[in-house]
Design a protein around this ligand. Structure first.
Ligand code: GLU
Length: 486
């Protein structure tokens, strides 16, 4: 294969990109980067009715978040633009006209009502759906009459009634379809916009696409595309239909399995490097054991041949595990950079506290080993950033303790902490550990009460580290508040 690799991601802006869409983009991008080819972003916005406001931005944001950059596309331009299909209508029109002129396409005047009736009838008779070719052989006179009635026609492809269409899919091998099973599909709609089939073929050719890598759900469209390439006298690209992402029940991954929008995963605090690694290994593998692969390792090792033929499951537990691994790999600075935006958005936090960078930097190492998502970091550290802790007073009274003993213990701790200098992990341990036996308590009893008093929770990062970061003033204030609660 000496042909230069040019691949494209061709989303329709009909919604927010799904993890499956982005994985398709990723396979394309990986092939381009692996082979020194080009990755093109093309927006297939020809379905005016289904266009969703903000979808193009969401597509670009998703790609950028994962570091999937495009060499050509709507914003960056390129030699084969424009990259919005809605700006290329002339090209589709002239292709349709060429097909009509050479007898491979025809105008169809059937009304939406007639087509709906036809479809209903086919359903009733349990026949496969499809146009009955009523307008395929209209005479010139009949056409003129329809035009005079002011009917705006669509253009349909004159699918051969016999023969087979075959191609070799990189993943599926030889695929053969009887032409008689295909109907005369629409090429141009009455509003002058092309259908997916026509625009896709015209553009993949015009943009010199070498490999069409897309999800398996498009495999049934491919014979139609091949017939179009043939009728237009064009060389088709190579086709690579990869399997879909499945939910744990092996059904196609969908909203009912939980979040599917890639940006939701960003918002939940997954790192882009985790998501990249995780998605690349759904349906592609290096071998049967390697789980952790950097972006560069994926680029270096990527090959179409290792894309799986069967659907692979989106395993949320594995994602959580992997994100924990990537979180632990971050340097303190990287971790701070990653978490800070999430902490800044925490509505429960005190503004002055979250804006105190030095304080945030001191807090973060206490949870880096434990958190699996950045939102979890926010949860685990929230008590550091609230002005006032909220918890049920009963939480202060631990096992085999009562109100009086707890109050006494907290007061004694207060007395030890007031003069303490420096207020660090070692000095805290040095005064608090011996205090328990002095009070006739087990260390666990004293520490449990103190933990709740300073964090509002029964489980928190190590107590002395936590207190040291909170600082003397805040600890004393919180113990005072705990005593007031009792
Ligand atoms: N616009 C189609 C989509 O939304 C593109 C399919 C293809 O890659 O051909 O997925």
């Amino acid at each position: 294969m000496t042909q230069k690799v040019r691949v494209r991601f061709a989303p329709s802006p009909t919604g927010y990109p799904h993890v499956g869409n982005i994985r398709t983009a990723m396979f394309n991008w990986l092939l381009a980067r692996h082979s020194g080819g080009k990755f093109v972003l093309r927006i297939e916005d020809t379905d005016v009715a289904r266009k969703v406001e903000g979808a193009v931005k969401a597509i670009m944001d998703s790609l950028r978040w994962l570091g999937i950059d495009w060499d050509e596309g709507p914003d960056v331009g390129g030699d084969y633009g424009p990259y919005y299909q809605s700006e290329r209508l002339e090209l589709y029109k002239s292709a349709a006209e060429k097909l009509i002129a050479q007898g491979d396409a025809y105008y169809c005047y059937c009304s939406p009502e007639r087509l709906a009736e036809l479809r209903a009838e086919q359903v009733r008779r349990k026949q496969p759906p499809g146009y009955d070719r009523l307008c395929r052989n209209l005479s010139q006179e009949e056409r003129v009459k329809k035009e005079a009635e002011g009917i705006k026609p669509v253009v349909r492809f004159k699918t051969p009634l016999e023969g087979q269409t075959a191609y070799k899919d990189v993943i599926w091998g030889q695929v053969v379809v009887e032409n008689s099973t295909l109907d005369d599909f629409v090429l141009l709609k009455s509003d002058g916009f092309p259908t997916y089939h026509l625009a896709n073929v015209v553009d993949d050719h015009a943009m010199k696409i070498s490999h069409v890598i897309r999800a398996e759900e498009w495999i049934s469209s491919t014979p139609r595309h091949l017939l179009l390439y043939k009728a237009l006298g064009l060389e088709p690209p190579q086709f690579v239909h990869h399997a879909m992402i499945l939910g744990p029940d092996r059904a196609k991954l969908s909203k009912r399995h939980g979040a599917v929008s890639i940006l939701d995963y960003r918002d939940m605090g997954y790192l882009p490097q985790t998501m990249f690694n995780f998605l690349a290994l759904i349906g592609w593998s290096l071998d049967d054991k390697t789980e952790l692969m950097s972006r560069q390792e994926l680029i270096d090792n990527f090959s179409l041949e290792r894309i799986g033929k069967t659907g692979a499951i989106f395993n949320r537990e594995k994602l959580d595990w992997m994100n924990g691994v990537y979180i632990r790999k971050l340097t303190a600075e990287e971790f701070f950079e990653a978490v800070q935006p999430y902490i800044m958005e925490d509505l429960d936090a005190g503004k002055a506290l979250i804006e105190d960078e030095e304080y945030v930097r001191a807090v973060l190492p206490l949870v880096q080993e434990r958190a699996r998502t950045l939102l979890e970091v926010v949860e685990l550290t929230r008590f550091f950033f609230v002005d006032q802790l909220e918890y049920a007073p009963g939480l202060l009274i631990g096992k085999n303790m009562d109100k009086a003993a707890t109050a006494k213990a907290l007061k004694a701790a207060q007395d030890k902490l007031k003069p303490l200098k420096p207020f660090d992990t070692d000095s805290l341990e040095a005064v608090l550990r011996p205090l328990a036996p002095e009070l006739g308590l087990k260390t666990g009893q004293l520490f449990a009460a103190l933990r709740v008093a300073v964090t509002g929770r029964t489980a928190a990062p190590p107590l002395f580290d936590t207190m040291a970061v909170l600082g003397k003033e805040r600890c004393l204030k919180r113990i005072e508040a705990a005593l007031a609660k009792l």
